[in-house]
Design a binder for this molecule. Structure first.
Ligand code: KG4
Ligand code: ZN
Length: 339
């Protein structure tokens, strides 16, 4: 079964071809970073318009790269939410149109499910059940994953997502968009322990997160110091990253202990963070758990994860309708299980 996957939920246009037997055949990404940089963040209307320009040519490129013809495609999967409405509608409209023209089924995929299943594209892939830490620009959550579509959310952010906190901190420090990779880069030359930032909600039981207080703490520290001094900027970025990473690590350890899971899957854009990977590796080794990640380029948004999720759902014979609704807000736990 050959599936075309389309991702347009935010500021990346992604397309990929995944085959149930042969694996990933082709994948391409067009990043809108340059388009949005001047505005310091994603401008939804510009994002949607750019997807319109880039998506169809990208689909042609991956078909050519895979040496495939439209007649060989057995189904189309596109991100149906959560995300920016206008951006999602571009992928949904084109995905539905292609499926209709090619006379194959289409599936609207949950963006966070696609992130969560991205490690399945790697070898070794994690076996079910596992604990998943999903860390992106829009979400921070811990889920108990019994199988595809069988998700119990154990904890999530009560306010900002951790990726959003990275992005806002970068803005406070005068670093460019997107903030996560910039904070990570600058933090490398930070002096450890010059500043110590709070580890929110780690002093009480539970698996929920809150990152807005950490952001405010960063803002207050930044206001009290000279940001023209590059060393100070690096030291604040370092302290922020340590606090965010430590908080995530503490909660993952707690969730592993509470559930008894021996596999931890980390996915979403912040999963590309090297310091987070180091800390989670130490923690997992300490508690005897195996750690799984997608390769860094599949941590951030991409078409491959959508093609994979679509392949699993379409292969299971999921009933698909012909509407192209999108769901800007959509809970992971509302998804139907795959048998
Ligand atoms: O999963 P993703 O590409 O898009 C969403 O679904 O939101 O995640 C994007 C987020 C952004 O907040 C970005 O700053 C963050 O992931 N990010 C990182 C790194 N790379 C991307 N955060 C920290 N360190 C990184 N290396
Ligand atoms: Zn994402």
């Amino acid at each position: 079964m050959l599936i075309l996957g389309i991702e347009t939920s935010c500021d990346d246009t992604g397309a990929a071809l995944y085959d149930a037997q042969r694996g990933l055949l082709a994948h391409r990404l067009h990043s809108q970073v340059e388009l949005h940089r001047a505005y310091g963040g994603v401008v939804p209307e510009l994002a949607a318009r750019d997807h319109v320009h880039k998506l169809l040519p990208l689909v042609q490129v991956i078909l050519d790269e895979a040496g495939a013809t439209p007649g060989q495609v057995d189904g189309v999967a596109y991100t149906a939410g959560p995300g920016l409405t206008g951006a999602l509608l571009v992928g949904a409209s084109l995905g539905r149109a292609l499926a209709w023209a090619w006379q194959v089924p289409a599936a609207g995929i949950h963006h966070m499910e696609a992130h969560l299943l991205a490690p399945m594209l790697e070898s070794p892939a994690p076996a079910f059940p596992f604990l998943a830490l999903l860390v992106s620009g829009g979400h921070t959550l811990l889920a108990d994953v019994a199988g595809v579509g069988r998700y119990t959310v154990l904890g999530e952010s009560l306010d900002d997502a951790v990726g959003e906190a990275f992005d806002k901190t970068a803005k406070i420090l005068g670093l460019s968009y997107p903030g996560g990779p910039e904070i990570a880069r600058v933090a490398r030359s930070g002096v450890p322990r010059r500043f110590r930032f709070p580890r929110p909600m780690t002093d009480r039981p539970g698996l929920d997160f809150s990152f807005s207080g950490l952001k405010t703490h960063t803002l207050n520290t930044a206001r009290a110091h000279d940001l023209d001094d590059a060393q100070t900027v690096a030291d604040i970025a370092h302290a922020f990253q340590e606090a965010a990473v430590d908080t995530l690590t503490i909660k993952c350890r707690r969730a592993l202990e509470a559930t008894g899971h021996t596999r931890l899957v980390v996915a979403g854009g912040v999963g590309a963070n090297t310091r987070l990977r180091e800390r989670l590796a130490e923690m997992s080794a300490g508690v005897g758990a195996d750690l799984f990640y997608p390769r860094p380029e599949f941590c951030t948004d991409n078409g491959a994860m959508v093609a994979y999720a679509g392949c699993v759902r379409l292969q299971a014979g999921e009933q698909v309708d012909t509407g192209f609704d999108v769901y800007p807000r959509w809970r992971l736990s509302d998804l139907p299980p795959v048998a």
